[in-house]
Design a protein around this ligand. Structure first.
Ligand code: ADP
Ligand code: MG
Length: 347
């Protein structure tokens, strides 16, 4: 394009809250044939709220585990001198408030939107949340912390499994909540506070764990998300979604915005998001990755066009080729149209 055309495009972009990092990006955006949206904070508002608390509350769900992992391998700290499993059929939390109290305590050290919603939800219910120590974040899986002498875990199935707690009794509850598009999290507990000295490389211990229940958070889809997806598809663009969230929740959200289930890439760990974009581009596709989080920066960097949206983090903005000033998915369509020269200057 001529310098003059670049000037015009840059100006029209800026008038629409679409900032291009240079003329070559402005040129490239029109050649995008695939748009990959991050889910949380991009297609959804990223403001979670607590929606469900399901306490299992009887010993049918208090699972003993002798250290045998679901994958058949032995837990790393089997050879404990004090006999391993202590709590086999402890009574689990008997009510919702107790479950939420423990979950909120464990999550109080986390900045994750899922965690904030749990802590806020507990406070709204007037629950006195105890302090936790030894907080540990397990990226893409959940958290664990010591609460009142016990280790409390909040997270996905893998987190619980890795800690020798069988999540399968919660399957029905989890699937029901996920089908509603909610992010359901398991809450588990291991009695006793001696976890740190017994934790092996795999992170698990051989003490008995109990499954206490499930909590769920829901996010709201942005008003214009569906329209943006429709406009892109109308243009012939493949629209995909990438998320760390589980498959079922991801598909429910995808369906509500008009993204095909086969175009959903779910349960992608933060560190694997850029690989996922590279995989999408392997067949020669030119992808625009749209994201807002710290997690998304590497994926934005490898995409043909990286696009940071809204109140995105500085890291995301830095890694991006295009920054959308507003929090509006329709501005993704505008970015493409500015590049195509089909968006007119505001007079
Ligand atoms: P997203 O891509 O939606 O930002 P993440 O990669 O941060 O998701 O997390 C993936 C999954 O890991 C979540 O859906 C949740 O099941 C679990 N998880 C992550 N952080 C937490 C947390 N603080 N508490 C409970 N679960 C969590
Ligand atoms: Mg995210």
């Amino acid at each position: 394009a001529t310098p003059a055309a670049t000037m015009v495009g840059t100006t029209i972009g800026a008038q629409n809250g679409v900032l291009f990092k240079g003329g070559d990006v402005l040129e490239r955006a029109k050649d995008v044939d695939t748009v990959v949206f991050d889910k949380t904070g991009t297609l959804t508002k990223g403001k979670m709220s607590l929606t469900d608390v399901v306490a299992f509350g009887d010993d049918a769900s208090a699972l003993a585990d002798g250290g045998e992992r679901t994958d058949g391998s032995r837990a790393s700290s089997d050879a404990r001198s004090d006999g391993g499993a202590v709590a086999t059929h402890e009574r689990a939390a008997t009510d919702e408030d107790e479950l939420l109290r423990l979950a909120a305590a464990a999550e109080s050290g986390s900045e994750h939107p899922l965690a904030r919603a749990i802590v806020d939800g507990a406070e709204e219910r007037g629950i006195d949340v105890p302090d936790a120590t030894g907080f540990e974040n397990v990226p893409g899986h959940g958290v664990r912390a010591t609460v009142e002498g016990d280790e409390v875990l909040v997270g996905n199935r893998k987190l619980l499994r890795d800690n020798d707690i069988d999540p399968s009794p919660a399957t029905e509850t989890m699937e029901r909540l996920e089908t509603e598009g909610k992010t359901a999290m398991l809450v588990g507990r291991k009695r006793g506070s001696e976890r740190s000295e017994n934790r092996g490389a795999g992170g698990g211990t051989s003490r008995a764990g109990e499954l206490l229940g499930v909590v769920a958070d829901a996010d709201t889809v942005k008003e214009s998300a569906k329209e943006a997806v429709a406009a892109l598809r109308e243009r012939g663009t493949e629209v995909m979604m990438l998320t760390g969230d589980n498959e079922r929740t991801a598909r429910a959200v995808a369906e509500s915005v008009g993204i095909d289930p086969e175009n959903v890439r779910a349960e992608v760990l933060p560190a694997d998001k850029s690989d996922a974009v590279e995989a999408i581009q392997r067949d020669g596709s030119r992808a625009m990755m749209v994201g807002d989080g710290v997690n998304d920066a590497p994926a934005l960097a490898v995409a043909y066009v990286g696009c940071a949206i809204g109140s995105g983090t500085d890291v995301a903005i830095e890694a991006a080729d295009v920054t959308l000033m507003r929090d509006d998915p329709l501005d993704v369509v505008k970015a493409v149209r500015v590049s195509e020269g089909t968006l007119q200057k505001i007079k």
